[in-house]
Write a protein that binds this ligand. Sequence first.
Ligand code: PHE
Ligand code: ZN
Length: 884
Amino acid sequence: MPRDAVPQPVRLSDYRPPDWLVDTVHLDVRLHPTATRILARLAMRPNPEGREGSPIVLDGDELSLKSIALDGTPLAGSAYVTTAGTLTVLAPPQRALTLEIETVVDPSANTKLMGLYRSSGAYCTQCEAEGFRRITYFPDRPDVLAVYTTRIEAEREEAPVLLANGNPVESGAVEGTSRHYAIWHDPWPKPSYLFALVGGRLDRISDHFVTATGKKVELGIYVEPGKTERAGYAMDALKRSMRWDEEVFGCEYDLDVFNIVAVADFNMGAMENKGLNIFNDKYVLASPETATDADYANIEGIIAHEYFHNWTGNRITCRDWFQLCLKEGLTVFRDQEFSSDQRSRPVKRISDVRLLKGHQFPEDAGPLAHPVRPSTYREINNFYTATVYEKGAEVVRMLKTLLGEEGFRAGMDLYFDRHDGDAATVEDFLACFADANGVDLSRFALWYAQSGTPHLAVSGHWDAQARTYRLDVVQTLPPTPGQPEKQSMVIPLALGLVGPDGNDLPMRLDDGTNAERGVLLVTQPRQSFVFRDVAERPVASLNRGFSAPVKLTSDLTTQDLVFLARHDADPFNRFDAAQTIALAHLVEATAARRTGRDLPSPAALVEALGATLSDATLDPAFIAQALSLPSESDVAREIADDVDPDAIHDARQALRRALSAALTPALEGAYDRHAPTGAYAPDAASAGRRALRNACLDLLAAGGTAPGLARALAHFRDADNMTDRFLALSVLAHNAPDAREEALAAFYERFRDDPLVVDKWLALQAQIAEPGTLERVRGLTGHPAFSWGNPNRVRSLVGSFAGANQTQFNRADGAGHDFVADAVLELDGRNPQVAARLLAAFKSWRSLEPGRRASAERALRRVAAKPGLSPDVGDIVSRSLEPA
Ligand code: PHE
Ligand code: ZN
């Protein structure tokens, strides 16, 4: 039976400990394509902290119950009741007991990809957040921790590989049959969402890792047959992650084996199941011919992320799903730090902040805004968001900024020490940092509770006579859904005062203290900071390294920003200064286009970028970031209201052409200087050279000039790796309508058997900013390479159209909105999670100009009116439409 279509909201304040605990789980899973039988033996006992005399309430979803027995005796029909979502044992004896439950599920019919399902014939599971209940009846909540033993049985032909969590115990033939079995035991108590099993015909690459204390861990990565050569980079990233977590956080691995399985059908990126990570194959498989530098970087980061969950998520898990950021924000922070250490720290920071501003800021500014730790939800699947992950990581980063390197590590050490084995809360986490450092973090905790992006307005006043410099800071936090009033936040504002020679001036506050580690603590609605002994007019470099996830405006002039873009000692702010100039230009140019005024001059930006391009001391990857302008949605976010995506697109294209024309010789020079010197290697330095060369090509061709396009064609023809080939293909697709079809066809012919490359081909076409794109995308939904059943295909084609093609998704005639609404309805019956994510592309609909806003609202209302919506889509659509 389907789940309740209008689920009641779950509230954090209603949390109660479970009434019954589960100590051990024995599963016997007999795999079968359409009727897999699961025998579960649960050793349970009343929770001393629960309500006395309680019934046993287990969760279940779309299960077929075959039998149930208590301590070996079948339960009478009157002793239990089942509803769509539960099985209740009505009056169990109040003592330790054993429940044996037999269920049957159909993995081949499981299109939601939650619970036990099949991907390219292999059996696999996905249990986070509430998928275990689709395998057996269970108290499916993260604060019920049990020790699991799993026996899997299958046809040897069909599933020669049988994997589950923990360590392998035993395997062999099932006497007298064509079947075989394997038994796995996981000694670490874990919540059900971390359960996993896999059965299938898979190839393996093997390696091993010796931990800091000398234990040998067998490592395996399982992939579709024939794809093992593409798993080498993931294995390398895994070993580096294991070493790094020992060195930086003192976290050692705790089982004899660590396995990763790559599957083609997966709702998310990857999953940290204990000892058996399951990955979307997009984040495992890479070869120079099929993966871009960005793909390699993602693989490295996600392999690390899932591995790091072993301590932050698995050994210490979440008490309830409101605490999701406890594992996700913290683990994102940890994977960001890992990638920063493996690559360029400033460039990693720049791309992380771009992601935050591009995805989290719009979420925080629209109807789907929610706190890093929400206090209520109707469907937990909809809270795997940029706010929980990315803003959650920023909050951990701020803790580190506030406490310093050592204070932060002391807090982490205490957290691991105090809470190993626990299902913990955000309060538990913060208490470790407070206790380890003797500080009060109660106001800092507002970052978890208040949604919305704080705004800091900063102005600087230099007094030549008094030799002082005063910074006035005004803090505001706009109202967000359910939170009309806000309190002031504690904001660590890192800054520098840059003197006329480009060097930082010493910073002494008028009370004689130095701003500790260059960080001011903003805690009040209005606050002033006075620096003394400032002999020359400084330029303030504010929010260095993006020390706080805020929107900052200041009274810096364009000339100040050009100066910072050239001289700031903080690389992030050097980047940000030029972006700020570009953003201001684009906002002004967009307004000019809509009113027929003259476009502003791009001279300041030309000056800043020209200087960056010719600075030989800069990392090429950094220059590439500098050359890439704020996106159309960045501009839309800045405008915030009455947004016309066509005007933004035109303004941005005009700016790109102007930069191209003004900087041609410098761009050509950098392009030529960064030609490849040897075979492709995915390391950061080589990737940086390619990134710069490709950024130059992208701008050169933006002019639409014959030499620019000729260069792009040659780049496409000569490419010996996917990074270069795909960049050239995008440049042609976006800028050369005449060369486009031929290049797209050639690319498809070459890679048609490679679904992950076909995804790039689909995504690119969906992003072309032309009226013909909608028809093209519609047509591609009927292409043999496309399937509504595979989340990667859907996200590449429909997700890219809705999320990365501002002008066509938001077509003035409303056809883009209608198309995406239709796609959501089409998908909802099959895979509600993917459908709900697609629908979230409407999150900024209220900021559109009236015509487009009306068409978005019509599309949303049409979705809302459809009977039988999933809870996932129902939740997103109703929050999206709630009056602002
Ligand atoms: N927990 C996964 C992660 O590492 C994400 C995920 C959530 C995967 C839900 C599947 C289902 O972030
Ligand atoms: Zn995670």
